[in-house]
Design a binder for this molecule. Structure first.
Ligand SMILES: Nc1ncnc2c1ncn2[C@@H]1O[C@H](COP(=O)(O)OP(=O)(O)OP(=O)(O)O)[C@@H](O)[C@H]1O
Ligand SMILES: [Mg+2]
Length: 464
């Protein structure tokens, strides 16, 4: 049977008082020959026992109460709360107890500091995980999800019922063995690429260990690689397109020049073949200069010379330049100049190139005898220029892609017209550099409308 300290102290004190009292009485009775169990002695003994009990109770309290509080404090620590040592001091004055309280205080201070470090580390980790662009899922050894951040839910399109390793890999159709991943020494990580909805994802499974030997679970890292896959594909397409665009004119030049070298040609044939060679060489030259211009945009080495100039004059000049091309196809090309004669703040040569490009598209992609109208004006302190044709139009499915390099809605016609498919991508780069906008609406066999807006004056300097 267990004895409490309080009970033991009381028993000890009372026993000592009784022993001392009886021994004293015995000694007295031997010398005086008195009876030791007289009423007087018994009353004395009872009074002494009561005093000893009260005294032992006080002493027991002085020892037991701080111990009890310390025990309560330690239990609170187990529940995550801290009890301050100063609350124990009221029972002080015993050196050993004070020393124990001091030791308790030091221990609590250390636990408090460790708790604080741990909590701040934990909240830091949680914040990082929650705000990461990459998805992270942690699985316990029992294959349950123990942590999953928002990015993982979004990228894998998970719901709350998908809370185990099996459910998640099954949903993604990944062939992976959890046990192999955890226990085979040379099977350390597993990487897989897949697409979920419109996203390309790179997923890595990594086992984690408490020490070097005890497996604790698996971490799944999910990275959205859609943009890099898109850029990679674009780069591959771009190289394939350049090779193709160079090969076509080169084949013609080679063929015609070889025929000419073989001799036996009439003068007319020589002129005809030379014209083709010249056309193809021009086409290659245009391709080279378009590519050079695009590479300057990419490397951000373009030096815009922005100035304010009247739009009517610029548009009239371009329409004049394009008149011959339009007449060749018997188009009517009309310019409806605004009375307001809006000003434009932009790089003059680049805007000329933009209008020429848009007009040349309208001329090229409108069957002979078409109608091309050009308007300009000013709305809400923005200058605009609008080109409307009644040509072949652009199918809706191509509208979103016509600014891509080498993209052509009507490949055969564009090539036949000598187009490289780079015109609108250059236009877009220039318009963005001028803080302008471009909007193209089109309907197949009805026509196309291109609207460009540009700032009318230089932007206000901040603080100026
Ligand atoms: N006004 C238009 N009408 C019909 N289709 C158009 C029109 N403007 C552009 N397109 C389509 O958009 C594609 C891209 O135009 P873009 O100006 O970039 O290239 P391109 O005219 O083929 O070649 P480049 O301008 O380099 O000589 C064209 O190939 C054509 O299919
Ligand atoms: Mg063009």
């Amino acid at each position: 049977m267990k004895n409490s300290i309080r009970k033991s102290i009381r028993i000890l004190c009372i026993s000592m008082v009784v022993i001392v009292f009886i021994t004293t009485l015995l000694l007295c009775s031997l010398s005086n020959n008195n009876h030791i169990f007289s009423l007087q002695n018994i009353i004395c003994l009872i009074i002494l026992i009561i005093i000893a009990d009260i005294f032992s109770n006080i002493v027991a309290k002085m020892i037991v109460n701080p111990l009890k509080k310390m025990e309560k404090g330690m239990r609170s620590v187990a529940d995550g709360k801290i009890v301050e040592a100063k609350q124990l001091k009221e029972y002080g004055n015993l050196k050993e107890i004070d020393d124990t309280i001091e030791a308790y205080r030091l221990m609590m201070a250390l636990i408090k500091k460790n708790n604080f470090d741990l909590n701040s580390q934990q909240s830091k980790t949680e914040i990082i995980l929650e705000h990461m662009a990459d998805g992270v899922i942690a699985f316990s050894i029992s294959r349950q999800v123990v942590h999953m951040n928002k990015a993982a839910i979004r990228l894998l399109n998970l719901d709350s019922s998908e809370d185990t390793f099996e459910k998640i890999v099954k949903k993604l159709d990944i062939q992976i063995d959890f046990d192999k991943l955890m226990y085979l020494p040379n099977y350390t990580t597993y990487e897989v690429k897949l697409s979920v909805e419109d996203n390309a994802l790179n997923i890595v499974f990594i086992p984690f260990f408490s020490d070097k030997l005890t497996p604790m679970g698996v971490i799944m890292m999910i990275r959205n690689i859609t943009e890099s896959v898109r850029l990679d594909n674009m780069r591959k397409d771009f190289i394939a397109n350049i090779s193709h665009e160079l090969k076509t004119p080169l084949t013609s030049i080679k063929g015609y020049s070889e025929t000419m070298m073989n001799g036996d040609l009439t003068y007319q044939e020589v002129i005809k073949f030379s014209k083709v060679i010249n056309q193809e060489a021009n086409r290659m030259g245009r391709l080279a200069s378009d590519l050079l211009q695009l590479s300057r945009f990419d490397s951000k080495t373009v030096n815009w010379k922005k100035v304010q100039f009247p739009l009517n004059e610029m548009t009239t000049k371009v329409c004049e330049k394009m008149k011959f091309e339009a007449e060749e196809k018997r188009h009517t090309l009309e310019f409806f100049a605004s009375d307001k004669n809006p000003m434009v703040y932009a790089d003059k040569d680049s805007i000329e190139q933009v209008i020429m490009n848009i007009l040349s598209n309208s001329i090229k992609y409108t069957p002979d005898g078409g109608n091309i109208k050009v308007y300009d004006g000013c709305i809400n302190e923005r200058a605009y220029i609008k080109v409307i044709d009644n040509g072949i139009g652009i199918p809706q499915k191509d509208l979103g892609r016509i600014y891509e390099r080498f993209y052509r809605a009507d490949k055969a016609r564009s090539r036949q017209m000598g187009g490289t498919g780079l015109g609108l991508s250059i236009v877009k780069e220039i318009i963005e550099g001028m803080d302008g906008t471009i909007d193209i609406k089109s309907e197949v066999n009805k026509g196309t409308e291109v609207v460009i807006t540009l700032p009318t004056k230089a932007p206000k300097k901040i603080g100026g």
